[in-house]
Ligand binder design. Structure first.
Ligand code: FAD
Ligand code: NAD
Length: 404
């Protein structure tokens, strides 16, 4: 009898954890497991603000897939997914195609630009290794060019971050740490550099604990960040951004605009005909796509409603990892002929966000954390994930071992 074929698309948190769980739990020859990913490495999306600002080398955030996936159990295919043909149970890749008995869609997120003019063309985004390497090199080039210009151009040293959600805040914290080092390296007075955060809502980190938000704002302002709150980015041009606040329009010239104003699920999901809201499929409790009993969706491509407030859970790595556990359990049950599947219930342990070296804010359980304690907690969370993925060896190889 032929083995059921499980195809997992994407090796981010949701995809690689599903593969690793399955490789641990399946018996030899119980299933054929195929993992498809664009690159031959998994990267830690949750660390990308650091290489984007240049405070960490991007290689520290990536882990070769063959280092964590057992090639005797999982067949890794390096390729790019183009389309899912649902009715034919087939995945079209750039260099071929794959059929499946069971599919796991874990293709992650894309920046959401809400149709704002010029953002796609002119702004950078923090999405993957390629995109953050480009941001770091671009900023370094601006600093390196400044003293070579005949007329010293302020826009080279005006750095704009659009959006003060967690990504924007974590990135700006790193940027504020990096700028004094760049000034030193390229003989530039710090007072010539502006780091501006633009946020549409009246506060940074809308919805987060107000006391911790105030703490974050003070820390970042002390590091020289300017906040423009209650201010919308209306347009991004080749010259900079056009902002609006209370019907007042302002243009800021800048060569560097990084958009962190929101995310959506991978557009392949809706382009393949799945019913989705901003690329996210509202999955059943067992994580299957409605109407497709052999298709699971996990991570940022999945939408799950929090029944306590009737709002979607935010797309996070924390939830993607937990979904992977349930997804692997349910796949095992299906291939073993057990139709009674487990329901997914997120277990939100808290949220911790860094504000640069040695500084962070967070809530863990009902405890508020800030400063060096929160920063150490953030590193413990990062190390815990490495432990789940590759055991103590991976923590020693890639972990953040200096907690304070
Ligand atoms: P992703 O991590 O996006 O992985 C998707 C994978 O699919 C990637 O490997 C990609 O290469 C691959 N892929 C994409 N398209 C294709 C294709 N067409 N073909 C083949 N492969 C493809 N969440 C937290 O819980 N805690 C945090 O501290 C936190 N910090 C964050 C910091 C930053 C800077 C950012 C940007 C996000 C952060 N998040 C955090 C959110 C978290 O990173 C996402 O929710 C998480 O990455 C989603 O995981 P995923 O597996 O769905 O997708
Ligand atoms: P987000 O949607 O959480 O935040 C985007 C911010 O941009 C919002 O505050 C929004 O008001 C603002 N914005 C939108 N349009 C704007 C405009 N035109 N002008 C100015 N501001 C505008 O997006 P994110 O920060 O990328 O986070 C994505 C997901 O990743 C979230 O679920 C988040 O919780 C998660 N995340 C978690 C962490 C952490 O736990 N440490 C870190 C980063 C991201």
């Amino acid at each position: 009898m032929s083995r059921p074929k499980i195809v997992i698309l994407g090796a981010g948190y949701g995809g690689i954890m599903t593969a690793v769980r399955l490789q641990k739990q399946t018996n030899a020859n119980e299933a054929e497991i195929i993992l498809v990913n664009k690159h031959n490495y998994h990267y830690q999306t949750t660390w990308l603000h650091e290489p984007a600002a240049g405070t960490m080398h991007h290689d520290r955030t990536r882990i070769m897939i063959n280092d964590v996936v057992d090639e005797n159990k999982v067949n890794f295919v390096q390729d790019t997914v183009v389309e899912i043909k649902r009715e034919e149970q087939k995945v079209i890749l750039e260099n071929g195609e794959l059929d499946y008995d069971y599919l796991v869609i874990a293709l992650g997120f894309e920046p959401e630009t809400f149709g704002i003019k010029g953002l796609k063309e002119n702004a950078f985004s923090i999405r993957n290794i390629d995109s953050v390497r480009k941001i770091r090199e671009h900023i370094e080039y601006q600093f390196a060019s400044y003293n070579n210009d005949k007329e010293k151009k302020k826009e080279r040293l005006t750095l704009i971050v659009g959006g003060a959600g967690f990504t924007g805040i974590e990135f700006i914290g790193e940027l504020a740490d990096r700028v004094p080092k760049l000034c030193n390296e390229f003989d530039i007075d710090r007072s010539n550099v502006r780091i501006i955060n633009v946020e549409a809502m009246p506060t940074l980190l809308p919805g987060f604990d107000p006391e911790l938000v105030e703490y974050a704002k003070n820390i970042l302002e002390r590091k020289g960040v300017e906040f423009k709150l209650g201010t919308m980015i209306k347009e991004c041009t080749e010259e900079g951004v056009i902002l609006s606040k209370d019907d007042q329009v302002e243009e800021i010239k800048s060569n560097t605009v990084v958009w962190t104003g929101g995310v959506r699920g991978n557009s392949i999901v809706e382009n393949s005909g799945f019913e989705a809201m901003r690329g996210r499929v509202k999955v059943n409790k067992d994580l299957r796509a409605p109407g497709y009993d052999n298709v699971f969706v996990v991570g940022d491509c999945a939408l799950i409603i929090n029944e306590e407030n009737d709002r979607p859970y935010p797309p996070t790595a924390q939830i993607a990892i937990q979904e992977a556990y349930t997804c692997a359990t349910n796949l095992l049950r299906l291939i073993r002929g057990n139709e009674e599947l487990a329901s997914f219930k997120p277990d939100i342990k808290g949220t911790v966000a860094s504000l640069g070296e040695g500084e962070a804010i967070g809530t863990v359980g009902n405890k508020k954390l800030y400063g060096s304690t929160a920063s150490a907690m953030k590193k413990i969370i990062d190390n815990r994930y490495l432990f789940l993925l590759g055991g103590p060896g991976l923590v020693l190889k890639k972990g953040k071992l200096k907690l304070f």
